[in-house]
Design a protein. Structure first.
Length: 302
């Protein structure tokens, strides 16, 4: 019963966070200096009367509460409006951008988690100075080298100087950079947890039976640290989304990051609201899901 109440409390907190994020995003979009009418006026030479009429047609002259209510009503029904600058349904633009971001995010997370697990398990099964140095090196890399700087260096070295990778639209460099950063955030803590798990009674029993070090590490030590893996994965996924958006802009990938940046430059409110809300709510849902799984796996958190 206590575990069920704990999970329900976590879900309720996630819903409240989503609602607050949506309201804050709407407010921030409205308090930004200038709006899309100002941008279009500068680009197209609209008169003051034409700009006033356009604001009226777009509902920008309505009270904020009315604007927010209208937007939420349509958004709940799956209608995020039309892009003011491109006159396209926002949902169509999101449908084009989201798969790119998902592909980059999933590949980066899979590479980072796999690298962290392999290094941590290898250091547990076959303790050696080499694995300790590799773990420390990956951890220091994630702390000392920002992903944006690593991306710029990768473009200079591998795209411009060596010509091995495309400057625009390539996935290999962003996946490796973000994945390496994610691995560094996980591997050190995971290694420490595995070292503690090795001393558990059932692990010592498995070793006494003569099982191989790798089998002991994978089937007996690793399950004891699943709670920590879930907790670390939740933290990494949160930063992963932000890192993916940065890499999209840097490598000109047509994902949510590029879409959001272009919308901000053009004060395209419907696109900004939809994209930022989608990103923010996704982060909350990821953290909430990981928190729930962590509570289900680890009874001490109930």
């Amino acid at each position: 019963m206590a575990r069920v109440l704990s999970v329900l409390g976590t879900l309720l907190r996630g819903l409240v966070q989503c609602a607050c994020i949506v309201m804050l995003t709407f407010l921030l979009c409205r308090v930004m200096p200038g709006d899309v009418v100002d941008v279009l006026g500068l680009e197209g030479g609209l008169t003051a009367e034409q700009q006033a009429q356009m604001r009226h047609d777009l509902g920008l002259d309505q009270p904020l509460a009315v604007q927010f209510g209208d937007w939420v009503t349509h958004a709940v029904a799956g209608d995020f409006g039309r892009s003011i600058r491109f006159d396209r349904p926002v949902m169509d633009m999101l449908a084009t951008a989201v798969p790119v971001t998902l592909r980059l995010t999933v590949l980066s997370f899979a590479f980072g988690l796999t690298l962290a697990l392999v290094l941590a398990l290898a250091a547990t099964a076959r303790p050696s100075r080499l694995f300790d140095v590799l773990i420390d090196g990956v951890n220091i890399w994630s702390i000392a080298v920002p992903t944006f700087c690593a991306g710029v260096i990768a473009i200079l070295v591998f795209s411009i100087w060596l010509g091995w990778l495309p400057v625009i639209g390539g996935l290999l460099a962003p996946v490796l950079i973000i994945g390496l950063d994610n691995a560094g955030q996980i591997v050190k803590q995971l290694r420490e947890e595995l070292k503690e798990a090795v001393t558990l009674p059932h692990v010592r029993t498995a070793r006494a039976k003569g099982l191989s070090p790798w089998r002991v590490s994978v089937f007996h030590v690793m399950p004891a640290t699943m709670g920590v893996v879930l907790a670390l994965s939740g933290l990494v996924l949160g930063s992963l989304v932000a890192g993916s958006l940065t890499m999209e802009v840097l490598f000109a990938l047509p994902g949510l990051g590029s879409l959001t940046l272009n919308a901000i430059h053009g004060r395209d409110y419907p696109v900004i609201l939809a994209a930022v809300t989608l990103i923010s709510v996704s982060l909350v849902l990821i953290n909430t899901t990981m928190d729930v799984l962590h509570r289900l796996v680890d009874p001490r958190l109930a």
